[in-house]
Design a protein around this ligand. Structure first.
Ligand SMILES: Cc1ncc(COP(=O)(O)O)c(C=O)c1O
Ligand SMILES: [Zn+2]
Length: 388
């Protein structure tokens, strides 16, 4: 176990990596896990990865669980990096890829974060877990909590895709639907958690989901033979995947696996909920709450994200950007990707395609660059969105 401590991502305060922690006790911002990478590096080597288990636990030395017995796994991670040949040709690009996260348990990338968070919660003795969710995180928590034998409480907006609600119920979760947004769901959990004895596993209010998501970055590097792409386009809600990948790149550099070069990180949001795009354009380090948030891409309906400054820092440091696309664009992109490449993407993932088009048109991405899109989930959970 190579964890040394948890460090506040804003004020830098060290917290002992013991017990169930949420936010920084001084400033209330997210905590990030820090490792002693020297011992990790001794056994975790680029050339020793071949033959390791085909899931995210292949990077065991840089994951926080102490005791292997506490690992709660459904085979999450190690998803394919697929070439988008036909779309690439149409766009005049040679190296366009998609990291297909729909091939995870619970059909999306939330499985990564929840596998690690639930394993840690089990290790640290939590009995009841609670989460506000746009849909997919709830489904993933329900599955891993069931496997771990923990009780879980999920608060979702009442207009969350039906498949998400049904999957939570069918995997034994207690589901509450609220007339509001994910931020209202989070506030309700905040109010009730002490009296109920719940451990809050909200994204980035809990330090270990981001550790699961960071494996996206390790996998990408491994699958591209230790050379990162020029550009990463990522549909951003709470931003945990983007923040996690950014952290993974730093860890890999410290272990000498990659150099200082970073991909340009691009956030995609829907025009109906684009707080990060607004803050990026306004040159702000923190994002204002986005009023009247509305988009069919429910995972992007996050009007305020606690990790906003971490997302914005990564976009700026990497020379990346933030792009908004309309719901019309992202829905028609779902059918376009489906017909061209045989992938039925989540609308959040499909949003990467119109974003890429805009970046090609404005010259912010060159046609000969290597670009990776993130399909974060499966379209099949959103059947009502594609109904008309
Ligand atoms: C399919 C899908 N894509 C993207 C997101 C946004 O993810 P993140 O919180 O990592 O920005 C979500 C979050 O709910 C999602 O379900
Ligand atoms: Zn702090």
């Amino acid at each position: 176990m190579n964890v040394t401590h948890l460090e506040c991502a804003a004020c830098g305060l060290c917290h002992e990596a013991q017990g169930l922690l949420n936010l920084c006790r001084e400033c209330g911002k997210p905590l990030l896990v820090r490792y002693d990478l020297a011992p990790a590096e001794r056994t975790l080597r680029r050339d020793s990865l071949q033959g390791r288990r085909p899931d995210l636990w292949r990077y065991r030395e840089v994951l926080p669980v102490r005791n292997d017995e506490n690992i709660v796994s459904l085979g999450e991670g190690w998803t394919p990096l697929l070439p988008l040949r036909r779309l690439g040709r149409q766009l005049g690009m040679k190296e366009l890829y998609v990291k297909d996260e729909s091939q995870n348990p619970t059909q999306n990338f939330k499985a990564r974060g929840m596998a690690v968070a639930v394993s840690m919660a089990k290790e640290l003795g939590a009995k009841k877990l609670a989460v506000p969710s746009a849909g997919n995180a709830g489904g993933a928590l329900a599955a891993y909590a069931a496997l771990a034998g923990l009780e879980c409480f999920i608060y979702m907006p009442k207009d969350t895709p039906q498949a998400n609600i049904v999957e939570c119920e069918q995997t034994g979760a207690h589901v509450t639907l609220l007339d509001g947004l994910i931020t209202d769901c989070g506030a309700e959990i905040g109010k009730r958690k002490d009296a109920e004895g719940w451990f809050d596993v909200s994204t980035l209010k809990e330090p270990y989901r981001v550790e699961g998501k960071k494996t996206l970055g390790y996998e990408l590097a491994e699958q591209l033979n230790w050379k990162l792409p020029d550009v990463i386009i990522y549909p951003t809600g709470g931003g945990t995947g983007l923040i996690g990948m950014w952290k993974a790149f730093d860890e890999m550099e410290q272990m000498g696996w990659i150099g200082a070069q970073r991909p340009r990180m691009v956030t995609v949001q829907s025009e109906g909920c684009a707080p990060i795009v607004r803050a990026f354009e306004a040159g702000k380090r923190f994002a204002d709450e986005f009023p009247d948030a509305a988009t069919v891409a429910s995972g992007l309906r996050v009007p305020r994200a606690i990790g906003d400054f971490l997302i914005l820092d990564a976009l700026r440091t990497s020379g990346g950007t933030a792009v908004a696309v309309s719901d019309r664009e992202l829905i028609s992109a779902t059918a376009e990707i489906g017909a061209a490449e045989g992938l039925f993407c989540a609308p959040e993932g499909a949003a990467c395609l119109p974003a890429l088009r805009k970046l090609l048109e404005s010259g912010q991405v060159e046609r000969d660059e290597q670009v990776v899109l993130f399909n974060t989930g499966a379209g099949v959970k959103y059947v009502e969105v594609f109904g008309d």
